[in-house]
Structures are given as C-alpha cells and as structure tokens.
Design a protein around this ligand. Structure first.
Ligand code: HDD
Length: 706
C-alpha cells in the first residue's frame, strides 16, 4: 500500500518517539558502512575487464560479508510470527490487588508490542496450519517492561518445563528426514502424546477449531499460568490473564486452512497488517480471574498445574482494560524478528507462582535470546528497550551500544558518586513476594497434578455439536497420518479416559479396534465459556466478501450491497475474469478488484452472485466462478444471490435448496440468501446477520464436492 494511503494513529506514544531515534531512511549517495562513497556497486574490482577479481575490493568484501551474516537463528519454537505496536489502557485502578503502575490509572496508556505466532513451523511456513498460536505482549511500563507471553489456548501440553525439549522434539519435523513441516499429524508427536497422558487436555484444544483461527484479531489469548498480583501492602492474590478479541473468537475449517496454506501462506500475517494499515485497529479486552490466596486449595485441581483452567463459571473473568494495536512495524527484522520476550520480565505488582512450567520458562527465554540475538545486550535493541530508565554496572559484551562514561563499574563505589545506588524510594521498586517455602529437594510430580482427564472431558462436554464433529475429524485425520498402528491404538486407549463414545468414534475412523468398555462415566459437567458457539457474533466489521462479476452485471444491486456492507465495516471485493473493469447491464463500468484466478473463495468470508442476465450467464459458464460458490458452501460460508444470479446457484451441484423464485421475497435456506431484487435493505440485513454468525454450521456439506 502506498505510504500516502497508510492511515496511522496520529498520537505518537513514548515508544514511538523512542524508536524515532533509531529510524533511518535510505537517502543520499550510496556509501560503504564506513561512509565512503562508492562509484559503482554492480561490478567488482578486477584485474582487467575480463580478469580475476582482486582481494583489494573492500566494497565487494564488505557487501558480501554483510549479506553472508544477514540471518540469525530462528526461534526454536514460535519461529513464524507477526507483530504490531499499540497501547494498553486500564478501565479502572486495580490498586486493591496490585501496585502495577500500568494498571493503576484509567487515563494512562501504556505502549505495547504484540507478536502473534505459530509454534511448530519454521520461519517461512504457512500461517494456517493446525497449531497453537502464540500471543506475546510486551508492555513498556513506566516501571520497566512486563512481558505476558501467552497462547491462544488456556492450557499447555506438559506440566513441568523439563519436558519441553521432549515435547518440542516430538512435534517438530522428524529428525531423520525433516518431514513434516508445521504439522502435528505424524507418528512422533502422537507417540509422545500417547505415552504422556498430561498432554490430553491440551491435545483436545489443539484438535478443536481453536487451532485454526480465522485471524489473529479473532482469537483469545491466555497467560496460561496462575500468576500473582501483589498490592502496595505486599498482599498477594492469584490471577489468570485472559485476552478477549472485540471481533469474537472465530475459526477457519480444516479443508479451507490447507488450501489457504497454498493460496496465501501469509494469510494471518497479511490480515493483521492490512487491518492496521486501513485503520481497523485490532482490539482485545484484558480480563483477570482473581483467586484469593486463602482459596489456593479450594479447587479439585492444582492452581500451579498449567494443564488446567479455572472454569469461568466458577471464577468469572473481570475485564480490567483494553489493548488496541494501531501501528505496524517499520521493519520486520529489526522489530518483529528481534523482539525478545522473556517470562522473567515482570514489574512491581506482578509476581510468579511455583508453577514448574513457569519456573523453567523463566530460565529458557533469557537463555534463548543470548544465542538468538548474539549476547547479553539484546535489551538495547530498539524494540526491546524499556521506556523506564536503565542504570546498572553491567558492561561490555557483544553489540554493546552504550558508551558508559566514568571510571566506576561496581557497587558499592565512592569514586563514581555512589551511582547507581539502591534507593529508599519505594515508587517503582520491585520487591519479591515473600512466599514461605519449606520442603525437601525432590524430583517428583505432586499428586495434585495427577488428574489428566476431568478437564479434557469438561472441554469436550462444553463444545457445540459442530465443534465436536470438527474435533473428532481432526483426531481421525491426524491419527490416520500415523503409520504405526500401536501409536494410534495407544492414543485411542488414552482418549477412552475422556469420553468413551468419542474414543469409539475416533477408533472407527482410524482402523483401530474400538475400546470395549468405558473406563469411568463422563462426569457430565460443562463450561459454556469454552465453546466458540458462545462468542461475540454481533459484528461483520473487517469481513471480506467476494462478489463475482462478468460483463452484463447489474450495477445497481452491486452498489447497494457494497454500500450496505461498507456501512457495517465489511469489504466487498469485485472478482472478474480479468483485472480492469467489467461492463454493467446499463452500459456503465464496474472496477474489478482482482482477477478471479488470483484469489479463491477460501480467502473470503462470504460469496455473492449478483444479478444481470448476461453477467449471470457468463458466470454460470465459468468453472472457476462456480467453484467459488460450491467451495464457499462446503466451508459453511454465507452465500447471497440476487436477480439472475439466483439461477447460477440453482444449477450448481449443491444439496437441495429453496431459492427465491419470481414472486418470492427474500428466501434463506441453509445460509444461502436469495432475492430476485437485490436492491433491498432487508436482504442486506439478512446477509449481514448470517455473516456476523461467521458460518452456517447446520448445513449439509458432506456430499458437496470441493
Ligand atoms: Fe514458550 C517462545 C508461549 C512454554 C521456551 N513461547 C514462545 C513464544 C510464545 C510462547 C508466545 C513466542 C514469543 C515471541 O513471539 O517471540 N511457551 C509459551 C506458553 C507456554 C510456553 C504460553 C506455556 C504456558 N516455552 C514454554 C516452556 C519453555 C518455553 C515450558 C521452556 C522450558 N518459548 C520458549 C523459548 C522461546 C519460546 C525457547 C523460543 C523463542 C523465544 O523463546 O524467544 O525460550
């Protein structure tokens, strides 16, 4: 998008101003890194026009050397990601629970940088794979950086960080042939899963639609661990962090994700970038579940166990503030690649618990940045720099950018005026929460961590029918990709602990003998908050609608639909056989947004077939156009047809549908809304309400080819 069209928030926050000091624009004559102007950068220095290149060519050597060193190690997990800046603003002071400055004043905006990611794939892998999504937020608070390094799923695969290398080795491509890329559907992962029952709850989430988000702007985020708020009196309270997207939590369907991975591997990255460029700033509400310390043992699971949620019906999520992402980075490498999140980055008012997963993470993140970013000075990289003042006696090291003056670099000192000193001022002072700890050194998992199934069952029970169907199909898909029968059998035996009927169905779909007996009856409890069927469905803002057009299209209906959708924040894009324009039935022209073969229905939320006899006839004869509609139907997307466009639908190989005839008004059947006169407010409203519900799940799609 040209710079002139870029909408950016005019308010330049402190982080933006700080970054301004480091921004550079290409200008002036071309020079070496030492500032020497060069006369030619296309030809190396040679002994004669056809002679050998000579070592003396400092420009060649510098240019090639720099290029050779352009890459840094990709993140060992979460290598593929995308980031944005924005701000966080609390709704009211949380000082009753925490002295965290950024949560104390509703008029204060704290700059943030957020990076969303997939876990297993390499840096260049596709966005829409089945995977957990990372949701890492760096708050540049006045009292230092706070990193909330979460995921879009509220639980984790393992309970103790010492298992992390095993889990990651198992899910990553297999070591002998480095296959498959960014896929959990392979023997090694499921071998590990079957042998490690603590993964069960998380695997249920990963097999659910949560692992296929429609957009980074439409997924939840979770801090996962139980953290601690600490107030000014030193009183601690347990807390779980939740991010809820304003646009609701919505997902793609599996077949669609696989196709998008080829059509647009940058699907989620592009979506985030374009939304921010257009001024459709993604918004998330931060909420907390608050548990007084006196209730530490009030639950039938351990608050320190990261494979467990606290059901929202038991402890509600209190909204405490909102985050708005309003600025794209200037440079992917400098900012999104070099951003370094560390769970150990906390600020006064927030503290850890003894969750053994969190404790290991606190070591791992700092350690990984040392290798990834080449030494201990990575906090000096512009995107990582805190806004709070930094002053200590840490010195030297690779990539030291500070020029420390003075002769002292130790504490205490008198020769440097005693600086930096330990102050009595309690404002912004970090004090560790004084938790009493008493125990034997022991390598043992607590008995309170041993129930791996009750919450997996709770999740299963909470899903809508369509969500369960998707999950069962996902288990079957993944396990069918496993060659080893013993691996499939072990996973089924384990799932039998979650729900017998579910395990039987999965077994039947993967060539494994179904378990004969129920291990224990399903407890029947559910938590409605866990189902995506209960998410926000009141907006079509930023949704993308494909409108198929050919010469002879009815302009009036198109314009009316476009205006109606734009008024609700959605975008209608015109797709036609070629770029340029199409001729409308009244002799005018209609701008084409994309040639139909450069896009696909999977890149849109809905498909529209407009009126106009000639245009509709052309679409009816165009295999690509017809496939848009059939595929959209298969993926449960709303479809609209107007005027002669209804006849295009009528001739497609779809299940029997009631469509609008000559004398009918609006007819809606299985999410297909048709009307002989498209220029109608009620028609637009019907279509928009289908779109707001995201998908039409009660549609018969099994027999539809796509
Ligand atoms: Fe992790 C990256 C989230 C467990 C070790 N993790 C990483 C990122 C996210 C998470 C979002 C990407 C940050 C970015 O965008 O730069 N990780 C989680 C969550 C976990 C979790 C929600 C469980 C609750 N992670 C976890 C464990 C360990 C790690 C148990 C190791 C003991 N994670 C890492 C890492 C990474 C990382 C190796 C790779 C790149 C990085 O840190 O900066 O240190």
């Amino acid at each position: 998008m040209p710079d002139a069209q870029r909408k950016t928030d005019p308010a330049r926050d402190e982080k933006d101003q700080q970054l301004e000091r480091y921004r550079t624009d290409s200008s002036g004559p071309l020079t070496t890194e030492t500032g020497v102007r060069v006369e030619d950068t296309d030809n190396s220095l040679k002994a004669g026009e056809r002679g050998p290149t000579i070592l003396e060519d400092f420009h060649l050597r510098e240019k090639i050397t720099h290029f050779d060193h352009e890459r840094i190690p990709e993140r060992v997990v979460h290598a593929r990601g995308s980031g944005a800046y924005g701000y966080f603003q609390p709704y009211e002071s949380m000082s009753r629970y925490t002295c965290a400055d950024f949560l104390s004043d509703p008029s204060q905006r704290t700059p943030v940088f957020v990076r969303f990611s997939t876990v297993a794939g390499f840096r260049g892998s596709a966005d829409t794979v089945r995977d957990v999504r990372g949701f890492a937020t760096k708050f540049y608070t006045r009292h230092g950086n706070f990193d909330l390094v979460g995921n879009n799923i509220p639980v984790f695969f393992i309970q103790d960080g010492i298992k992390f290398p095993d889990f990651v080795h198992a899910v990553k491509p297999e070591p002998h042939n480095e296959i498959p890329q960014a896929q959990s559907a392979h023997d090694n992962l499921w071998d590990f899963v079957g042998l490690q029952p603590e993964t069960t709850h998380m695997m249920m989430w990963v097999m659910s639609d949560r692992a296929l988000p429609r957009s980074y702007r439409m997924m939840q985020g979770f801090g996962v661990h139980t953290f601690r708020f600490v107030n000014a009196d030193g009183v601690g309270t347990f807390v779980k962090f939740h991010w809820k997207p304003k646009l609701g939590t919505h997902s793609l369907v599996w077949d669609e994700t696989q196709k998008i991975a080829g059509k647009d591997p940058d699907y989620n990255r592009r979506d985030l970038w374009e939304a921010i460029e257009k001024g459709d700033y993604p918004e998330f509400e931060l909420g907390v579940q608050i548990v007084p310390e006196s209730d530490e043992f009030a639950f039938d699971f351990d608050l320190l166990d990261a494979t467990k949620i606290i059901p929202e019906e038991r402890v509600p999520v209190t909204p405490i503030g909102k985050m708005v992402l309003n600025r794209n980075p200037d440079n992917f490498f400098a900012e999104t690649e070099q951003v370094a999140f560390c769970t150990g980055n906390i600020v006064p008012g927030i503290d850890f618990t003894n969750d053994p997963l969190l404790q290991a993470r606190n070591f791992s993140y700092l350690d990984t940045q040392l290798i990834r970013l080449g030494g201990p000075n990575f906090q000096q990289i512009p995107v990582n720099r805190p806004l709070a003042e930094v002053s200590n006696n840490q010195r030297d090291g690779y990539n030291q950018r500070r020029v420390h003056r003075g002769r002292t670099n130790y504490f205490p000192n008198s020769l440097g005026g005693g600086c930096p000193y330990i102050s009595d001022d309690t404002e912004g002072l970090f004090r560790h929460y004084q938790e009493r700890v008493d125990g034997h050194k022991i390598r043992k998992r607590s008995d309170s961590f041993q129930d791996h199934y009750s919450q997996a069952t709770l999740f299963y029970n909470s899903l809508a029918d369509w969500e369960r169907e998707h999950m069962i199909a996902a288990f079957q898909f993944e396990l069918n990709k496993c060659d080893e029968k013993s691996v499939r059998e072990r996973v089924v035996a384990n799932l039998n602990n979650v729900d017998h009927e579910m395990a039987v169905r999965i077994a039947k779909g993967i060539g494994v003998t179904p378990p004969e007996r129920e291990v224990k009856p399903n407890h029947g409890a559910s938590s409605p908050a866990l189902s995506q069927a209960n998410t926000a469905m009141d907006t079509i803002s930023t949704r993308k609608i494909a409108l198929l057009a050919a010469d002879g299209v009815d302009a009036k209906g198109v314009t009316a639909l476009r205006e109606a959708m734009a008024a609700k924040g959605a975008t209608v894009e015109v797709l036609a056989p070629t770029e340029g324009t199409v001729t409308t039935s009244d002799g005018g022209t209609l701008e084409v947004d994309h040639a139909i073969n450069t896009m696909a229905s999977v890149l849109y939320d809905a498909v529209v077939v407009p009126g106009g006899v000639e245009g509709a006839a052309a679409l009816a004869a165009d295999g690509l156009a017809k496939f848009y509609v059939i595929e959209a139907f298969k993926h449960a997307k709303p479809i609209a047809a107007m005027g002669a466009g209804v006849d295009v639908i009528a001739r497609l190989p779809l299940p029997e549908l009631r469509l609008a005839g000559g004398g009918d008004g609006i007819v809606t059947d299985q999410g297909v809304v048709t009307h002989r006169n498209g220029d109608d407010r009620e028609f637009h409203e019907t279509f928009a309400s289908l779109l707001a519900r995201h998908r039409v799940w009660d549609r018969d799609v099994a027999s539809v080819p796509a």
